[in-house]
Design a protein around this ligand. Structure first.
Ligand SMILES: [Zn+2]
Ligand SMILES: [Zn+2]
Length: 308
C-alpha cells in the first residue's frame, strides 16, 4: 500500500480540446445553478425543511441516481435489477443534471479506457480544476455524441427508454417537472398547515431552492470530486496503470465511490470497498436489494487482484 501523492509531470489536455470554444449549455447551466443556489442564504428563503431536503436529496438523487444507477448498474453492469426499478433510479440520475445516461456512461467508459492518459476526458493530472469541472466547459471533439455513442454506448441506446431520454424535450421536461414538484410540494404543505398564500409561496420557493438547486450543486461537486480528488490524493491498494486513489473523504461523501483505486482495479465489481474499514454504503444497499429479490447477478470483488 502506498500513500504518496502523484509527482508526475502535468498532463497535456486532450488533443481534441479547443480551448477557445466554450460549451455554452454546460457553462450556463453550471453558472446559473450555482448563482441560484446562493440565494438559499437569503433569510427569506431559508427553512430547516429545505436544508433537510437538500441533504436527504443528496443521498436519494446522487447516490441512487448517479452512483448506483448511472455508474455501477449501467456503465459497469455490476448488477441487474428489474427494469421498472432501473428506470426509476435513472430518472433520479437525470434530475442531477449530469447529462443523459448514454452521454454520462460513454464519457465514463472513455475515462476508464484512457485513465490519466492524454485522451482521458477529465484527468486531474492536467490540472485539478480541469479534472473537477473545466473539462465540461471547453469543447472536446472526442466527446461529441455521434462518435462517442457509437464507440461506448451502443448497448445503452438499444434500450428505447434511454434512446428517448436523448430527446432534449424529454430530458429537460423531467428536470422542469422536478422543479415544479418541489415548489408545489412546499406550497401545498404551507396551505395545509394553515399559512397564507404568500407564506406558502415563500415556503415553496425555499423548498425549491434548497431541494433542487442547492442539492444539485452539492451532488455535482461530490461527483466531480471522484474525478478530481480520487485521482490525486489517497492510498493505493492496487498497482493500476492510472493514478486512481482510495480517498476516505470522497468515500464518505459519495457513500463508497471514493474507493476509486479499488474500482479502477476491478471496475465491474458492485462493491468498491475491498474489506477492512473501506465501508461502501451503496453496496450495503445493493445487498439489501438482493435480499429483497430486487437485484441479481451482483458482481463481487474479483479474486486474484494484484495488491500493490
Ligand atoms: Zn477514475
Ligand atoms: Zn467507473
Amino acid at each position: 500500500m502506498s500513500t504518496e501523492t502523484s509527482t508526475k509531470h502535468r498532463l497535456e489536455l486532450p488533443a481534441a480540446v479547443n480551448t477557445r470554444r466554450i460549451v455554452w449549455p454546460y457553462a450556463i447551466a453550471i453558472g446559473s445553478y450555482h448563482a441560484i443556489a446562493l440565494l438559499a442564504f437569503l433569510p427569506w428563503l431559508f427553512s430547516w425543511t429545505g436544508v433537510g431536503l437538500a441533504f436527504a436529496g443528496t443521498y436519494l438523487f446522487g447516490c441512487l441516481g448517479i452512483n448506483l444507477c448511472y455508474h455501477r448498474i449501467l456503465t459497469h453492469r455490476g448488477m441487474v435489477c428489474p427494469k421498472w426499478l432501473e428506470y426509476s433510479f435513472a430518472t433520479l440520475g437525470v434530475c442531477c443534471l449530469q447529462d443523459t445516461p448514454a452521454r454520462w456512461i460513454a464519457v465514463h467508459r472513455r475515462h476508464h479506457e484512457h485513465s490519466d492518459k492524454r485522451d482521458d476526458p477529465h484527468s486531474p493530472l492536467a490540472g485539478f480544476w480541469w479534472g473537477h469541472v473545466g473539462w465540461m466547459l471547453l469543447d472536446n471533439r472526442d466527446l461529441y455524441r455521434l462518435g462517442i455513442f457509437d464507440r461506448y454506448a451502443k448497448d445503452i441506446l438499444r434500450d428505447p427508454f434511454y434512446r428517448r431520454l436523448e430527446k432534449p424535450i424529454l430530458y429537460a421536461g423531467i428536470i422542469l417537472i422536478s422543479w415544479y414538484v418541489f415548489f408545489l410540494g412546499g406550497f401545498l404543505t404551507g396551505l395545509a398547515a394553515g399559512h397564507s398564500l404568500g407564506e406558502s409561496a415563500q415556503f415553496g420557493a425555499s423548498v425549491l431552492i434548497w431541494g433542487v438547486f442547492v442539492r444539485t450543486v452539492l451532488v455535482w461537486h461530490i461527483t466531480w470530486s471522484v474525478n478530481s480528488l480520487s485521482h490525486l490524493w489517497g492510498y493505493r491498494n492496487y498497482e493500476t496503470a492510472d493514478d486512481s486513489r482510495n480517498n476516505w473523504l470522497v468515500a464518505v461523501l459519495t457513500s463508497g465511490e471514493g474507493w476509486h483505486n479499488n474500482h479502477h482495479a476491478d471496475p465491474r465489481s458492485a462493491s468498491h470497498g475491498h474489506g477492512g474499514w473501506e465501508i461502501d454504503l451503496i453496496y450495503v444497499f445493493v445487498r439489501g436489494l438482493e435480499k429483497l429479490g430486487l437485484a441479481k447477478d451482483v458482481r463481487r470483488p474479483g479474486a486474484g487482484l494484484k495488491k500493490g
